[in-house]
Ligand binder design. Sequence first.
Ligand SMILES: [Zn+2]
Length: 500
Amino acid sequence: MSALDVAGYAERLDAYLQERSEEARAVRVGEKEASEQAAIVARYADLFTREQLAVLHEREDAVTGDAVEEIARLRLTCQEGLVDRELAEREDALENALLAARVPWDGEELPLRSAQARLAVEPAYADRDTLGRAVLEASASFNDERRALLAARNELETEITGIADPVARNESEKAVALRPILDAVATARVESTPAFTLQRERWLEQLLGPEREETPLSVHVPWIRRLSPLEATYTKERCVPICLATLHALGFDLESEQGIRPDLEDRPQKSPRACVIAADPPRVVHLITRAQGGLHDYEAFLHEAGHALHYAGCDPGLPLAFRRLARDHALTEIYSFLLDSISSEPGWHAEHFGLSDEGARENADAARFSNTLLFRRYSAKLGYEIDFWTRFPSDGGTPEGYEERLTAATGIRYPASSHLSDMDAGFYSADYLRAWVRAAQLRAHLRRAVGEDWWRRPETGATLRELFREGTRPTSEEIAARIGFDPLDTAPLVAELVAR
Ligand SMILES: [Zn+2]
């Protein structure tokens, strides 16, 4: 097949993305046992060829105005698909090997994935520690293959883009500079360290108990994030009704919202991880959740609802590039971060869970601690990843600095052997951090424009709907300008991090 022109390409890409989305959904919710993505990819192989990429490049150079960005996003999708196609077999082999890996536990052999999931629910500190160490060891045995795959991807991307420096290449893809983001969030982290240290002492004592080590191993983080000791208040049964009521107060009726297809049932075949699959935004956006119990379920539901409302809220007249494609995830994460941060509002806990003011403040503080821990971890991780990739062309990737940076930022020991399993593709950490900064700016804006109780006011929903209409088109930095902030202004974030 010969290469398609822009309109034809967008149309065929749209069909391809819809098929892949529906396949992913069917597997995710347990309607299908085996994933047949490979067959879809094979059927649409013509979308991801060097010839097609050259055509898109040529058209991108020939147009002006909005069309440049529209074609650039198609071109970037083509480019990524081309690299994925060449590496798919090896990446699947690694994924399957990870699925087949076993961890010895209690006289049994647990699948590695089940052992990782169990770390969030295993109640005894010593047991988690032992199981966690076995998990780390099993996972680290795949590091050589992980590193080899990173090298292969780096080589392919260098060849296709002509940019040899991995950091510069990612900056050109995101159209944003990474080091100024790192500087801003690292400064915010340092400024809020004294507040974090106090919070950390208090919550580690409550969540991990007196037998914990001074610097606990990272394997305890899933347990900390789940806030398991608060489970009795945040039951699995109340998760859906309370989250729907929370969204309703903002002016969103999730179950009748155009385009959103909620699947909120608890069925054993469903994956427990909440997710959004924007198959054909704004017309078809799947929101899939399955509550397991604990405050973290509520946060995950609200987080995914933020993505779903964003995708389902876009103007249906926008082209595919601005409904569905993006250079990165920094924009959509603003809205999910904003909604999941409602769990840090004491008033929300008092209103929905019948807690005293004191109890509500306490539990909101637990949610804040868990989220602050994550922010600090990601800010350290971005610093490590920038160094890792800056050195990569000369040293091929080393753990140097990983353990030191992450442990110093969190007070939790992240062992050097995790440096590759913990690496997200394409500096996703930077997208999250931009969203962290922006969501804090947006909350500051809403507190001023709507009120301290922005989290239960329909005016908040109205503000969001305006932003959602633009789909995936604006950058995260453009949203800063709309609400009157400099993109790297971390004052609102620091104010929240140090608030008592
Ligand atoms: Zn998200």
